[in-house]
Design a protein around this ligand. Structure first.
Ligand SMILES: *[C@@H]1O[C@H](CO)[C@@H](O)[C@H](O)[C@H]1NC(C)=O
Ligand SMILES: *[C@@H]1O[C@H](CO)[C@@H](O)[C@H](O)[C@H]1NC(C)=O
Ligand SMILES: *[C@@H]1O[C@H](CO)[C@@H](O)[C@H](O)[C@H]1NC(C)=O
Ligand SMILES: *[C@@H]1O[C@H](CO)[C@@H](O)[C@H](O)[C@H]1NC(C)=O
Ligand SMILES: *[C@@H]1O[C@H](CO)[C@@H](O)[C@H](O)[C@H]1NC(C)=O
Length: 441
């Protein structure tokens, strides 16, 4: 498989999800400016950011996690991004995210965490282009001292801290890096001082991205802040939480996701502190994932969830490939991670990445790419038809097959054929794969 090509397209997927005013160098010809009236209650500018999936909701929690993960890949594999010609585009994608998160963080203890047409459910009743949707009546939902959200604030802090590291080596980034770090520190304080699950404060998000715990995000954010600032107090903070909250345990159902960051924390502990205990923890995680007790389809996909199994397999592949790179069971973990990614790229005779390889999904559940060119109208008839999407949503990883390795390429099957920011976040492991498997040829 041409890893450079998947990496390239995977970044294009993020460009197709952009909200707000698109730049002159926009590479997605069928996308234009949209949601230009997104504002906070008192009128703060909240244009920009990313649409979450096949819809037009800007969900802050998974958006921030996706940015943190993308930044992690760029930080670790900067040279690979550079030599494959994708560094500028990757950094643009990160900044497109953090520009929005900086706007959304309007005061030290106030962060907007969602913008959608009325409610997320009402947003989902519209099938059409983001450019055509009524841009009024898109209220923004925030967290503050009275209605806090530690998980959301901490994940946003993590995204900013990680991005500050990813762009630091770029010329002229100093001022922006300082801004990111200031905001990340404020958000971390906010998250640590006023503790609550964010979906209690933004109940609109609950049906889609209900958070299980904020303990992982608080620890994850502290680790990223330590890495970005070198200030020891963040490491001490993270290590205390890691022990007190037993975050060294195997994650629930072995999942690493927008909701549960334990495996990511364990891997960051390895890179940050080089403690032997942390190495053992991540070694155990990857062994558990590879073991006979973990759930696999007969064709070899790690199957941790019926909903979008590919993202869970991709996220775990990201961790175990990184573990391999850190010298933890390198041969076996690297081979395992590569096999998972190759399943997605075509090993079973079909690709699960739109626009890549042979037999890729033609009908991803995605409004914008399903619509015909303007000025033709777009409505539910375009969702219901059997025709392929009008435009190719290059680089999008879809949800994936059922437990029998069976996949239905239908727009109506959003369980298998939707796409999302967080699906592509860990999937973007090609920096790693290139470093590991390609540099010697
Ligand atoms: C792989 O993809 C890249 C980027 O799309 C392209 O430039 C390159 O020619 C491809 N390599 C091969 C061997 O096809
Ligand atoms: C960096 O900033 C200086 C002064 O603002 C400007 O002249 C220069 O072109 C910038 N360099 C890059 C690579 O953007
Ligand atoms: C594996 O996943 C399938 C599909 O979700 C489920 O039916 C089955 O019970 C799972 N098996 C184990 C051992 O968890
Ligand atoms: C939906 O779009 C189709 C195809 O462009 C068009 O024929 C139809 O009139 C539209 N329906 C409505 C309710 O606008
Ligand atoms: C998998 O196939 C078996 C046997 O054909 C069937 O009973 C089962 O319902 C299928 N599972 C799924 C998730 O489709």
């Amino acid at each position: 498989y041409n890893y450079t090509d998947v990496l390239h397209k995977s970044i294009l997927f993020y460009e197709a999800q952009r909200s707000g005013r698109l730049p002159p160098n926009n590479r997605i010809p069928w996308r234009g400016d949209s949601a230009m009236n997104d504002r906070g209650g008192p009128g703060e500018d909240l244009t920009g950011g990313y649409y979450d999936a096949g819809d037009h909701v800007k969900f802050g929690f998974p958006m921030a996690f996706s940015i943190t993960m993308l930044a992690w890949g760029v930080i670790e594999y900067w040279d690979v991004y550079r030599t494959s010609g994708e560094l500028e585009a990757a950094i643009d994608s990160l900044k497109w995210g953090t520009d929005y998160l900086l706007k959304a963080h309007v005061a030290p203890n106030v962060l907007y965490g969602q913008v959608s047409f009325n409610t997320a459910t009402a947003d989902h009743r519209y099938w059409g282009r983001p450019e055509d949707m009524s841009s009024n009546n898109r209220p923004a939902y925030k967290i503050d001292r009275f209605k806090p959200g530690s998980d959301l604030a901490a994940e946003t802090a993590a995204a900013m801290a990680a991005t500050s590291l990813a762009i630091r080596r770029k010329e002229n980034a100093t001022r922006y890096v300082r801004r990111l770090i200031t905001h990340a520190k404020d958000l971390f304080n906010f998250a640590s001082t006023y503790k609550k699950l964010y979906h209690i404060s933004i109940p609109n998000a609950k049906k889609y991205y209900k958070s299980t715990s904020f303990k992982d995000e608080l620890t994850w954010a502290a680790l990223w802040l330590y890495r970005a600032t070198g200030e020891n107090k963040y490491l001490k903070n993270a290590e205390g939480k890691y022990m007190n909250w037993a975050l060294f345990q195997l994650p629930h159902k072995l999942r690493f996701s927008w909701d549960d960051k334990k495996a990511g924390i364990q891997m960051l502990m390895v890179s940050n502190t080089l403690k032997r205990g942390a190495q053992r923890t991540i070694k155990n995680y990857c062994s558990a994932v590879r073991s006979r007790n973990a759930n696999y389809t007969s064709k070899g996909l790690l199957y941790l969830h019926e909903w979008s199994p590919l993202r869970y397999a991709a996220n775990t592949a990201f961790i175990c490939l990184m573990a391999a790179d850190a010298g933890i069971d390198p041969t076996i973990n690297a081979a395992w991670g590569r096999r998972q990614i190759h399943y997605m790229l075509g090993d079973t005779g079909r690709s699960y990445v739109v626009g890549f390889g042979s037999r890729y999904p033609l009908r991803p559940h995605h409004r914008a790419s399903s619509c015909p060119p303007r000025p033709q109208t777009c409505n539910w008839s375009h969702k219901e038809s059997d025709n392929p999407n009008h435009f190719i949503l290059n680089g999008a990883l879809v949800g994936g097959p059922d437990y029998n390795d069976t996949f239905q390429d239908s727009r109506s099957n959003f369980k298998q054929n939707e796409v999302a920011l967080d699906y592509n976040a860990g999937f973007q492991v090609f920096g790693l794969l290139l470093q590991y498997f390609e540099l010697d040829i």
